[in-house]
Ligand binder design. Structure first.
Ligand SMILES: [Zn+2]
Ligand SMILES: [Zn+2]
Length: 285
């Protein structure tokens, strides 16, 4: 733990009905000495659900910030934490599922906002099936019953025909049977339930992301001492050894404080350093 960190012995609030504090709290405590309190009276599902009954109106970052602000408002604490996840095909490898997680910390005293995000492996998946079909290989793949599932009719006009949080095989069989009756195709969709407390893989991801947040918060701005001084950009343009034109190789990392705007170049390459001509668009197009 870092001694004399501004957040040491402070309290932060998180608004969650999915027990995210279990993954996030211990990490903030261990690395920063910051205690996390859970506010469960605010229904975070009102900002959007994974299953789409309530569409998410804002983008992920805005939603995470809104959760952090609600936590501050309802707890009267200085610091709020908000988390938001999104699951689907990987943007570059479409046959692979991936989950993007965002974590935001807002300090209402200073107005400081620190955000981290990461793309994680996930068991996010779904299967179209009907009663009496063998679904064991799918269930093994998503690690059921450690991970819960949702069942809904494949095609239906019936409203609210959805069963969530299933983690008992007999309940799953019964849900497939009862909901197939509402499906115009006679088939149902089984989907991983991505709510954090029902998905240990996601809980693990949240813990790892919190470590990233703690690391970022541990760096104080050299100018105003706000927590969260970190990498925001890189400067490209290392010169080619042959033609001396700029390449796309990195010259320096740019660290910045979101609060006061102070920025600093780090890991700057030696001014005499040159890029190999094989990275040059001119010499090696
Ligand atoms: Zn600063
Ligand atoms: Zn060149």
């Amino acid at each position: 733990m870092i001694s004399n960190h501004p957040y040491q012995n402070q309290f932060a609030a998180i608004a969650t009905i999915h027990h995210k504090e279990r993954a996030i709290g211990p990490v903030l405590k261990k690395y920063l000495g910051l205690s996390l309190l859970c506010i469960d009276e605010f229904n975070t599902d009102s900002l959007g659900t994974f299953t789409g009954e309530i569409p998410r109106e804002k983008d992920m970052l805005a939603t995470a910030k809104e959760k952090a602000k609600q936590a501050i408002l309802r707890s009267n604490l200085r610091i709020g934490v908000g988390s938001e996840g999104s699951f689907g095909p990987h943007p570059y490898i479409p046959f692979l599922a991936s989950g993007l997680e965002i974590l935001v910390l807002i300090d209402s005293l200073t107005g400081n906002e620190v955000t981290v995000s990461h793309r994680f492996d996930t068991n996010y998946d779904n299967l179209i099936t009907k009663p009496n079909e063998n679904i064991i290989s799918f269930l093994n793949k998503i690690d059921f019953p450690k991970h819960s599932v949702i069942v809904k009719p494949e095609v239906t006009t019936a409203k609210n025909q959805i069963i969530k949080g299933i983690n008992v095989f007999e309940d799953l069989v019964a849900a497939i049977k009862s909901l197939s009756a509402y499906s115009q195709t006679g088939q149902v969709s089984i989907q991983t339930d991505m709510r954090a407390h029902l998905n240990p893989t996601r809980m693990r991801s949240l813990g790892i992301l919190t470590k990233k947040l703690a690391l970022r918060l541990s760096r104080l701005c050299p100018h105003c001492h706000a927590p969260g001084f970190g990498l925001v950009d890189v400067e490209k343009g290392l010169l080619c050894e042959e033609c001396h034109l700029p390449t796309s190789l990195i010259i320096a990392e740019i660290y910045k404080c979101k609060l006061c705007g102070f920025s600093q170049k780090r890991h700057e390459r030696n001014p005499n350093a040159r890029a190999s001509a094989r990275w040059c668009n001119y010499c090696n197009p």
